[in-house]
Design a protein around this ligand. Structure first.
Ligand SMILES: CC(C)(COP(=O)(O)OP(=O)(O)OC[C@H]1O[C@@H](n2cnc3c(N)ncnc32)[C@H](O)[C@@H]1OP(=O)(O)O)[C@@H](O)C(=O)NCCC(=O)NCCS
Length: 127
């Protein structure tokens, strides 16, 4: 990662989103990337919301953010389970770190109010 980029750990606030940690990579007062972690019940940690600005990709920022978070969880959550839902770009690093794959998901969407017409155009039935 470029030396002029620093990482800031944002701790959960006591009021809202009390279980959400953030790690922000910043340069010249601008956020150039971030990752988050949600502390859940049953000793589970959800890794989520990885993003690096287009202009700064493939320079190791995500890797550095990831390693920083991993060091933190090893110090504070030993024995817990970490999980994540990955996209193709974030999956390789988690596999490299020893995570194993589970189910895949597929994104779907539909405009509300537009219903399917399974039987074609309507026609009047008189009997
Ligand atoms: C995924 C993302 C955070 C990676 O950020 P980055 O700073 O460019 O990643 P790094 O340079 O630290 O790369 C670390 C590793 O991630 C993987 N990786 C990163 N970009 C990748 C890509 N385009 N395709 C495949 N693997 C990729 C590689 O394993 C890479 O290791 P390597 O450089 O030794 O090959 C960034 O591309 C992004 O914001 N993508 C859009 C949002 C997104 O998909 N987020 C994931 C949400 S689950």
């Amino acid at each position: 990662m470029p030396k002029n980029i620093k990482i800031l750990h944002v701790l959960p606030s006591g009021t809202r989103q009390y279980n959400l940690h953030g790690w922000i990579a910043h340069k010249d007062d601008l956020c150039v990337g971030h990752i988050h972690m949600s502390v859940e019940s049953n000793n589970r940690l959800k890794f989520l919301d990885a993003w690096v600005h287009d202009d700064h990709r493939r320079k190791g920022i995500y890797r550095e953010l990831w390693n920083t978070r991993w060091q933190y969880v090893n110090e504070h959550y030993k024995g817990w389970n970490a999980y994540a839902w990955c996209k193709p770009m974030s999956l390789p690093l988690l596999l490299e770190k020893g995570f194993t794959t589970g189910d895949s998901t597929v994104y779907v969407e539909k405009e509300i109010g537009i219903e399917n017409k399974p039987y074609g155009p309507s026609c009047f039935v008189s009997c």
